[in-house]
Design a protein around this ligand. Structure first.
Ligand code: AMP
Length: 553
């Protein structure tokens, strides 16, 4: 086991949980984890001020799993989350971290799905319940003793829960749990309403917050790109096409991610290598030396492995995975702009991490401008520019050395000099597209949707559980149109248009969810691109349908 996992071991986490963390490739605790884990293991109530992206889920999941008794087959921990997506995400995290703990079960409880399987999982002895408040209250109204054995409670994204109008449900849930439980509350902000809950329902909570001093980051030009989590690698490859860099360091969170990205870069012909905590010290030093002397141009590193890395050639830092806190961000981007040179830092942000971006902007006191992925024309221009730069220095003496050969080839093949030059270009391109049509055909990336599509105002009861998209049936893809209720659209209008113009059978179309400013439609995955092509010019209620594949991260 590497020295870095020692960082977790020293916190007192159960060995089975340590083994699971090691398997997912975490190298060291994030700051919120380093602070919160000992407090939770020590049995204290706690208020943690942290947003998505800081590693807060593991900050409570790891100590709770360390304290669970797998032999007792009854609910022991309850995690409350504001939305279905977050509940599912947290439940998945618990499943991952409990992989080496036979007998530990996790159940996710949320609206919009049948209650039967959820009840069955509880009856089968799941110890961890991850729930949205609304549906949990429904369960409680049928079985008031459901939470009577709970020992650990976590309120995750407590401020979001209150914004969504769950205050009354929370009170019902508090009442249904033993007072002797340990309670932990995580919230990005601590408005009065959250403090009031803590005052009433937590016992002498310890307050944990990652100190955020204002930091200065001069000389470094910063930008961010919104991207879905599963599209980070293609996005990086696309960005690199147009970035003029000398050496670059890309930061990711896990060992596996260093390997995946380095492999993708190498496959595209970049001189790239991975740097992570599993790589022996002497090998790490060799990688850094290679970056210094130009045998490597890109290093993909975790924070741990990049410690002490100081290479003046670095012109670019790509934060492919979000750093855990603003200090770490400032530290990472400080790897460029060395020796008085200009540097450029780029941050990839998934839709759930927008808040973290705002925190970074506040702490660094700088706006981190949004950039978009380069379009096909920009990619092509950059490729042509590179080709020009590479050929220009050769023309001076290439004619003297290779002119005769050229004449011979023209004669032997029987073609024009232009035809031969074009053939040589194609060969030099080595499979890389050099026409607009070809570049356009290269993998298109799915744009992220606009600002977080979740309203801040409290919702009517019953409405709120429907906010998050429902889980997809197999073979279905979710598509989105910017037309919604405010455009006067109803589900039957969308259904009619898609049936008529797409030539589909009724049963091929799944759920249609009409929201205020957009709608989601479930369509068959098979032949989806063709179908979307057919619907390209479809109008509903006089407005363009603009149906696109929709991905959540
Ligand atoms: P969260 O803030 O809980 O949403 O976590 C954000 C992401 O960080 C998740 O994808 C986690 O898998 C990842 N993560 C959490 N803790 C660590 C760690 N110590 N090392 C590497 N990745 C982590």
């Amino acid at each position: 086991m590497t020295q870095e996992i020692g960082g977790f071991a020293a916190l007192g986490i159960h060995s089975a949980v340590l083994a699971a963390i090691s398997a997912v490739g975490y190298e060291e605790p994030s700051p919120i984890q380093a602070q919160a884990i000992p407090v939770i293991l020590g049995g204290h109530d706690m208020i943690g001020q942290a947003q998505t992206g800081t590693g807060k889920t593991a900050a409570f999941a790891l100590p709770i799993l360390s304290k669970i008794d797998p032999a007792r087959r009854e609910p022991q921990a309850l995690i409350l989350a504001p939305t279905r997506e977050l509940a599912l995400q947290v439940a998945t995290a618990f499943e991952t971290y409990s992989k080496q703990m036979p007998g530990v079960g996790v159940v996710a409880i949320y609206g919009g799905a049948p209650m039967g399987p959820q009840l069955k999982a509880i009856r089968q002895g799941a110890q961890i319940i991850v729930a949205t408040p609304g549906r949990l209250v429904d369960h409680l109204s049928r079985n008031s003793a459901l939470l009577s054995t709970i020992q650990f409670l976590v309120l995750d994204e407590a401020d979001e829960m209150l914004k969504l109008g769950f205050m009354d449900d929370l009170e019902v849930i508090f009442e249904a749990m033993p007072e002797s439980r340990q309670s932990v509350l995580f919230s990005a902000t601590l408005p009065h309403s959250i403090r009031a809950i803590a005052e009433k329902h937590l016992r002498e909570p310890q307050h944990i917050k990652i100190a955020a001093k204002t930091q200065t980051v001069a000389r470094i030009e910063q930008a961010h790109l919104m991207v879905h989590a599963d599209q980070k690698i293609p996005a990086v490859l696309r960005l690199l096409e147009v970035e003029d860099f000398d050496a670059l360091i890309a930061f990711v969170r896990t060992k596996q991610a260093t390997l995946d990205l380095a492999a993708a870069l190498e496959a595209k012909g970049y001189k790239a290598a991975a740097l992570n905590g599993d790589i022996a010290q002497n090998q790490r030093e060799r990688v850094i030396e290679s970056l210094k002397d130009g045998r490597l141009d890109i290093v993909v590193a975790t924070d741990v492995a990049a410690r002490g890395l100081d290479v003046a050639r670095i012109t670019h830092v790509f934060n492919v995975d979000m750093p855990y806190d603003p200090e770490s961000y400032v530290h990472r981007i400080g790897r460029t702009g060395r020796a008085g040179r200009e540097g450029r830092a780029l941050l990839l942000v998934t839709p759930r991490e927008r808040r973290m971006l705002q925190v970074i902007e506040r702490v660094t006191n700088q706006k981190v401008a949004e950039v978009r992925l380069p379009n096909a024309q920009q990619v092509l221009d950059a490729r042509i520019k590179k080709l020009t730069n590479c050929l220009a220095p050769l023309v001076a003496d290439a004619e003297a050395s290779h002119g005769e050969l050229l004449d011979k080839l023209i004669a032997d093949i029987g073609c024009s000099p232009r035809a031969l030059a074009a053939a040589l270009l194609r060969k030099a391109a080595n499979g890389q597209a050099l026409t607009l049509a070809e570049v356009e055909k290269e993998q298109p990336l799915v744009p992220t949707s606009g600002p977080r599509e979740r309203s801040d105002r409290p919702e009517r009861s019953g409405d709120r559980e429907r906010r998050a998209p429902m889980p997809l049936a197999e073979g279905r893809a979710r598509c989105r149109t910017p037309l919604g209720a405010r455009d006067g659209i109803a589900a039957r209008n969308l259904l009619g248009a898609i049936l008529n113009e797409g030539g589909l059978a009724r049963e091929a179309i799944g759920r249609i969810q009409v929201r205020d400013s957009f709608s989601l439609v479930e369509l068959p995955e098979e032949g989806l691109e063709r179908l979307l092509g057919k619907l390209k010019d479809t109008r509903v209620g006089g407005k363009q349908l603009k149906l696109r594949r929709y991905r959540e991260d």
